[in-house]
Write a protein that binds this ligand. Structure first.
Ligand SMILES: Nc1ncnc2c1ncn2[C@@H]1O[C@H](COP(=O)(O)OP(=O)(O)OP(=O)(O)O)[C@@H](O)[C@H]1O
Ligand SMILES: [Mg+2]
Length: 272
């Protein structure tokens, strides 16, 4: 039986030596309905800051549904179960409150917003996580330029409307740029690698790996282990038919790529 063994002992010590307080996002027996159909049928999951995890699973198994339900998309109705952020009821919060509490979703299909420039969007979002005292315009600008460079994005993107006319790969990079400026506590990245060329997978993968710090928990939803060359998950979850059916170490991703999903059944591992 595969069991998850935490690779990082708490409390987590950051590079600067300070002890970062650990955060947890706990999903308990979550059931979610979309348009009257039950899609999630009892998801159990625990994410922790300081850990990067991955989620795989067949098309239509409910990975994006989980991401939307956690973020609070109104079409995704939680019918039972619990989601706790540091022990507090996340589901009681509105979408913006969840974002302010540090939850970030990088969309599988990012929306285009005409008339809102990327720079204005990023700065406005950043200010929602800060006060006039804690905001650092210079630091924000520095980080932004640095991350544009890591992601291989030209500064001209900042003046363009959010995602409008962006290619598929540019949209995915813009999602990661948002993650870099928002400093989330938990980031769920829904297929950040889909539609990316080989160099872009490396740029996105390496940038996510750079953002993988002690104070943040990252869940990367993906179909391919190619991004896992750059981001090294401590654990891989497999979603099958609306539930986490299996979890294991990084080698599980390779096993799935070789064997497919047919052998993975719900209930295979009781504590997955
Ligand atoms: N708004 C919606 N209306 C109707 N059905 C929906 C809606 N959203 C999701 N579904 C259904 O829920 C199921 C799970 O979809 P979901 O997008 O969560 O899968 P996924 O695991 O992310 O798949 P993929 O790997 O293809 O992205 C699918 O059968 C999908 O058609
Ligand atoms: Mg999806």
């Amino acid at each position: 039986m595969r069991k998850y063994a935490p690779s990082v002992a708490w409390p987590v010590q950051s590079m600067t030596g300070e002890v970062a307080s650990p955060h947890t996002l706990t999903v308990r027996n979550l059931h979610v309905e979309v348009a009257g159909t039950e899609i999630l049928k009892g998801v159990n999951l625990e994410l922790r800051s300081g850990e990067l995890t991955a989620m795989m699973g067949p098309n239509g198994s409910g990975k994006s549904t989980l991401a939307y339900a956690l973020m609070g998309h109104p079409k995704y109705k939680v019918t039972s179960g619990q989601v706790l952020l540091d022990g507090k009821d996340l589901l009681a919060l509105t979408v913006d409150q969840r974002a302010r509490a540090g939850l970030f979703l990088g969309f599988q299909y990012p929306q285009e917003v005409s008339g809102l420039s990327l720079s204005k969007f990023l700065w406005t979002s950043y200010m929602q996580r800060h006060t006039m005292e804690t905001a650092d315009a210079e630091g924000f600008g520095r980080d932004l330029t640095e991350h544009l460079g890591y992601l291989g994005m030209d500064e001209s993107f900042l003046k363009r409307s959010l995602n409008e006319g962006f290619s598929g790969g540019e949209k995915k990079r813009a999602e990661i740029l948002q993650m870099s400026t928002l400093s989330p506590v938990f980031a769920i990245l829904d297929e950040p690698d889909s539609g990316l060329d080989i160099d872009a997978v490396r740029a996105v993968g390496e940038t996510v790996a750079r953002l993988d710090r002690p104070g943040i928990g990252i869940l990367v939803i993906t179909h391919y282990q190619r991004i896992l060359k750059y981001v090294k998950p401590v654990r891989v979850f497999v979603m099958v038919d609306g539930a986490v059916a299996l979890s294991g170490g990084r080698e599980l991703a390779e096993e799935l790529e070789a064997k497919g999903y047919d052998w993975v059944k719900v209930g295979l591992v009781p504590n997955a």
